[in-house]
Ligand binder design. Structure first.
Ligand SMILES: [Zn+2]
Length: 138
């Protein structure tokens, strides 16, 4: 094989790529969480998530403020890390956009730190019941 000295060599051998990328991400952010597969999102979850997005194509929190935004992902209302038994429970799911998923993540931390994880379902469904700092800005 001739190598053009102006062309850049491949950065990783193909079989090394996933691990190499993971290490790169970890070095960059210091908190790479692992691939979705590593985090336990399996084929059963894929099917459930797709079915859920078909039923709920729009972000729930955007709908609550009269916006139509396509959903980016399916969120566990009570996080899997806290309630792994609810991982595949339809009523523990909601469709969110990326923006609202980030907000929900902050609300989860707040709920966990204050022993209020059980409030998450109510807070997620009714913006008026959320702690003040998590209510939508009018
Ligand atoms: Zn949204």
């Amino acid at each position: 094989m001739t190598v053009n000295k102006n062309s850049r060599p491949p950065r990783f051998k193909l079989f090394q790529a996933p691990a190499a990328i993971a290490i790169q991400k970890m070095n960059k952010t210091g908190n790479y969480r692992g691939s979705p597969r590593d985090r336990g999102y399996d084929a059963k979850w894929d099917r459930l998530s797709i079915a859920f997005r078909k039923r709920h194509p729009c972000c729930l929190w955007c709908e609550q403020i009269d916006r139509d935004t396509l959903t980016d992902l399916v969120d566990h209302i009570i996080p899997v890390v806290d309630r792994p038994d609810l991982k595949h429970t339809w009523s523990n799911l909601m469709a969110l956009c990326r923006h609202h998923h980030a907000q929900k993540g902050v609300m989860e931390v707040y709920a966990r730190e204050n022993g209020l994880l059980g409030m998450l379902p109510e807070w997620c469904r009714d913006p008026e019941k959320r702690p003040f700092q998590f209510r939508p800005v009018a």
